[in-house]
Design a protein around this ligand. Structure first.
Ligand code: FES
Length: 500
């Protein structure tokens, strides 16, 4: 487990679905029990398919358990970017799909009577300097052009100067984990099945069916949906076109009024804000401080920066929760949703949320269900995961991952620390040599030494220490491991070798 537990993990019960026992058969096997996987599984169940979902840990205990859970179609400056870099059609599809996704979540929570602290709130994208103001004004025009419910606001209603803001009306904030866990129960109460602590290791496809091989048995399915955040099955070469990032959140008890709306700054390094009721009272959630996963040597400093920032703006009484999350970015800021192979009945992927996974999860399952049933879907083409094939933009796709390649090659020659393993103090970690062999070692607060192979089981980059979470993180594609080498986050599916 990561060291810092989110507000969402701390305030919703643990799930308890069974482990897969032996082989089973279904129409659709969904890999991944986060919001994208559970919603897709539910939507496919409602479309008439028998669904089996496999989750390597517990339902909604991974990235969705560490989100900020804003469900909105206001995604910083996306519409202007899509008008400029792609087409009005792409911008329109993106807007329509995200609005549909958020309304699906709202109407589903209502019709299924899911108690998930769902509130309608406006979402503001604000400017803090004149350059950002110009960008936000352009975004206002672009968002209006695609028919989104936007108005202009002179300020963002935050206790620091803002020059103007774009306001998206009637968006949603909720407790994502309460929603997903309740939806998972509804899925099982229908005819769906969920298997937890069941790790998908590989997918085999043949002409008529597929097999999802797990560590507990095999799921035979006509269709497979890979919704494991970073895809654990990669026939479409996502490792060249997904860039994993981490960012940070604090939930603070504030003396004085809380912001009335959700908001986010237009600048890349600006922060995002929302509120949430909790057993500790009403809290303000502030998030930011993003960096490439596995490439920040001082993750504790990132928390400190965010906490200091929050204290500089608000009168903070306490910070009862803090956490970090991971997200995958794509070169064109659009997620990948759709069919990735057609060798069998079909394998589909849902990934690359660019930090906006809630509304995306709301519509991704509908695209997959429509593609499987052959129903026309007005959004599927722009989210097609194969959209870079033969395109000039493939250059930027590949360059996005040049630094992953650098790590893959460069890490092999990197210096190990010249210290003895026995000299590690409690709380210290290092990559060092033991009997001529590289070892990743950590001594815990009880003085116990944990030593493992430092070579990531995905494709072999060297892992690095994340001091804030006390995990080993891979700089290439964002796999994460606990102190004993167990996989916390893919694409790796195999644990690191333990050393003595
Ligand atoms: Fe790809 Fe580690 S995540 S090599």
């Amino acid at each position: 487990m990561p060291k810092n537990i989110s507000l969402w993990m701390a305030t919703a019960p643990e799930s308890s679905f069974p482990v897969l026992s032996g082989d089973t058969t279904c129409d659709v096997c969904v890999i991944g029990g986060g919001i994208a996987g559970v919603i897709a599984a539910y939507q496919l169940d409602q479309a008439g398919f028998s669904v089996a979902l496999v989750e390597s840990h517990q339902t909604c205990g991974g990235v969705t358990g560490y989100t900020t859970a804003k469900v909105t179609s206001g995604h910083r400056l996306i519409y202007n970017q899509l008008f400029n870099d792609q087409s009005p059609r792409s911008a329109q599809a993106y807007a329509d799909a995200n609005q549909w996704g958020l309304e699906w979540i709202a109407s589903t929570a209502e019709s299924l009577a899911i108690d998930c602290d769902l509130e309608r709130k406006d979402m503001l994208v604000f400017a803090e300097n004149s350059e950002e103001l110009e960008q936000v004004q352009k975004e206002f025009e672009s968002a209006k052009n695609v028919g989104l419910p936007v108005t202009w606001a002179e300020t963002a209603g935050l206790p620091f100067p803002t020059l103007g803001a774009l306001r998206f009306a009637d968006q949603i904030q909720f407790h994502a984990r309460k929603f997903v866990l309740a939806l998972a129960s509804k899925l099982v109460a229908s005819r769906g099945r969920i298997f937890e602590n069941t790790r998908a290791l590989e997918v085999n496809e043949d002409r008529t069916s597929s097999q999802v091989i797990t560590d507990k048995g095999t799921v035979h399915a006509k269709f497979v949906v890979v919704a494991s955040h970073y895809p654990i099955y990669d026939p479409a070469f996502f490792i060249a076109r997904l860039a994993p990032y981490r960012d940070y959140a604090v939930a603070a008890k504030i003396n004085g009024p809380l912001p009335a709306e959700m908001s986010i700054g237009a600048g890349e390094s600006s922060k995002s804000f929302r509120t949430q009721a909790s057993p500790d009272g009403d809290l303000l959630i502030v998030s930011g401080e993003a960096h490439k996963a596995g490439q920040e040597p001082n993750t504790k400093q990132r928390y400190a920066n965010l906490e200091n920032y929050t204290r500089s703006i608000f009168d903070v009484e306490s910070i009862p929760y803090r956490w970090s999350a991971q997200d995958n970015e794509t070169p064109d800021a659009m997620p990948y949703i759709g069919r990735i192979t057609s060798g069998s009945e079909g394998c589909f992927v849902i990934t690359g949320f660019n930090a906006w996974g809630m509304s995306t999860a709301g519509f991704a399952g509908r695209i997959v269900a429509d593609l499987i049933t052959g129903k026309a879907n007005e959004w599927s083409e722009v989210f097609d995961p194969n959209r870079f094939k033969g395109m000039e933009s493939l250059k930027s796709v590949v360059s996005e991952n040049v630094n992953a390649v650098k790590h893959l090659i460069g890490d092999k020659f990197s210096d190990v620390e010249k210290k003895e393993i026995g000299s590690l103090e409690p709380g210290q970690a290092a990559i060092l040599k033991v009997d001529g062999e590289k070892v990743a070692a950590f001594r815990d607060s009880a003085g116990v030494l944990h030593s493992i192979s430092p070579i990531c089981t995905h494709i072999g980059c060297d892992i690095g220490w994340n001091s804030a979470e006390e995990t080993w993180d891979c700089p290439c594609h964002g796999s994460r491991f606990d102190i004993d080498g167990r996989v916390l986050h893919g694409p790796a599916v195999k644990d690191l070798e333990r050393k003595v």
